[in-house]
Structure formats: C-alpha cells, structure tokens
Ligand binder design. Structure first.
Ligand SMILES: [Fe+2]
Ligand SMILES: [Fe+2]
Length: 179
C-alpha cells in the first residue's frame, strides 16, 4: 500500500484522480451525516462533524490546484469506479443487516477507523516524496470524530463486526484502485 501511494504521487494525472476520489468519498460521508440529521433535534457535534467532512471534500479539491491549473470540476473522473461510488452504501446496507440500531454511528465509526489508517499513510508518502500536498488538517479532525464515535458506541457489541465488514469492502475497493 505504502509503495503504491508513493507511485501514485509520482504520476501527476493519477494523483489528481486519487485526490478527486478521496474528495468524492468525503463528500459522500458528509451527505450521509446530513441525511441522518433529525429535522430539528440536531446536536452541535453532528453539525460540526458534517461541516468538517464537507470541508475535507473541499480541501482535497483545493489541493488539486497544486497539481494542475484545471482541476476536475466534478466527480466523473475517480479511481475505483462503482466500487468507490457504492462504498458507503454497501457498508450501510451491511450494517443494516446486522442491526437496525445506531446504524449511523456504526458506519461512521468504521469509516473513521479507516481514515485513521489511510490518511497518515498518505501523509507519510507525501512527505517522503516531497510533495506540497497536505492532509494534516484532515487527520487532526478525523481524530476528533473517532474519539466522539468511541464515546457514542462505548458498549456497543457490533463495533468489531462492523469494522470486519468494512475491511472486506475496503480490500476489494483497494484492489480496484491499484488496477
Ligand atoms: Fe473526513
Ligand atoms: Fe470524519
């Protein structure tokens, strides 16, 4: 994985697609949080979380400007095809089959666990390759989200299982990314 990330950073066109892919996933996450909001009973933390995920999507779009004068205006050109487009839906569906309580925090928990591994590896590869792209501000905020989900799901018995499910989806996704 680390090796592929380094290879990806060297290939400008692919790097742009990768940033667009991450941005797409961040935007999907933000929309899922927004959709899960109650019309009026919206906690401040949830508002913050949705705002930060939207910010991540935008931040990644902004980073693309360092690689090209014309970054992709939309999400047509992403890596992983339908595996990327269906990533969160697949996870959500699998969690719903497991339990119908706390679906939103469980999905979010698994995603934050993934972000906790993926972004630092990407960050490390960026630094090693002396790239001027930065994702440090995302890493900091994802840490906060994970902490919040850990609290929400403190004694939830499905946490591990949901992460197992996510790992399977992730492995398939990653195998399509490296194609
Ligand atoms: Fe995020
Ligand atoms: Fe997050």
């Amino acid at each position: 994985m680390e090796l592929y990330l380094r290879y990806l950073i060297l290939d400008n066109q692919r790097h742009i697609q990768w940033l667009n892919t991450l941005s797409y996933l961040e935007n999907c996450g933000a929309r899922k949080i927004a959709e899960a909001e109650h019309p009026t009973l919206v906690r401040r933390e949830m508002l913050k979380h949705a705002a930060e995920e939207f910010r991540h999507a935008h931040h990644l779009k902004e980073q693309m400007k360092k690689l090209t004068p014309e970054p992709p205006a939309d999400y047509q050109d992403i890596l992983g095809g339908h595996h990327t487009r269906r990533y969160l839906d697949r996870l959500e569906l699998a969690v719903c089959r497991l339990t119908n309580e706390m679906v939103y925090p469980l999905v979010t928990y698994a995603i934050e666990k993934r972000a906790e591994k993926l972004y630092p590896l990407y960050h490390k590869a960026l630094r090693e390759m002396k790239s001027n792209i930065t994702v440090m501000s995302i890493i900091k905020e994802e840490e906060g989200h994970l902490e919040e989900m850990e609290k929400t799901l403190e004694h939830n018995p499905f946490k591990e299982k949901v992460c197992e499910i996510e790992s399977e989806i992730y492995e398939t996704w990653w195998s399509k990314i490296v194609l």
